[in-house]
Design a protein around this ligand. Sequence first.
Ligand code: PEP
Length: 252
Amino acid sequence: MLSVRKKLVVGNWKMNGGQSQNAALIDGVRGSVPEGVDVVVCPPYPYLAQVKTLVAGAGVGLGAQDLSPRKGGAFTGDVAASMLLDVGCEWVLVGHSERRTLHGEDNRLVAEKVAAALDAGLTPILCVGETLDERDGGRAEAVVSAQVAAVVDVLGLVAMAKVVVAYEPVWAIGTGRTATPEQAEVMHACIREGLRVAGVAADGVRILYGGSVTAANAASLFAMPDIDGALVGGASLVADGFSSICAAAAAS
Ligand code: PEP
């Protein structure tokens, strides 16, 4: 059965890049973005405007890696959703595990950021995922369900249906250790079922997998019925690898 959800592949450049590397990377991706897949890149803040120009006509959307929950004012170092929109973003990552761990972002703050993104007209990509300790302790589904539920509580059911969810087991991010397609599918199905039970129109919600996705493992992940694409870190920094992941999404 064909999925009703269009596949989405998002490149999270993290704190990598520079004006010449960015130009070379987008140049390498241009021309190989397949039909029928949404492709997005999320560069660091200083390069958003540059990359907006670079992706023109390439079939690649622009996203940011974080945002403030506030609208503006005396918040040094923060960036408001309206500013992201102003420089051409349509997407924004929220609650990436590196934000949760290194910057102490909790479920409540993450939910407020998701709400701020939606209010401004951006599509938030809500990142959730358990640590290795939590998985080994049998708490993976409870942890991830609580992360999603915290956002549903703040947003309500209708707004939640507009959010993209990215399941990223913390133990798989940047480690080269990918969840097996079966492990990922179990969690994706659990997230979708949790949304459905809460009353969200869950069949339309795209749930991406993230965690050491590469050209070699993408196709087997995309073959799973509840995996609607990927959030890609390291492999999004190499044009050929990223293009191959996009091609695998198109072929699935
Ligand atoms: C990420 O940063 O969201 C990520 C999944 O990284 P990597 O693909 O490098 O594991």
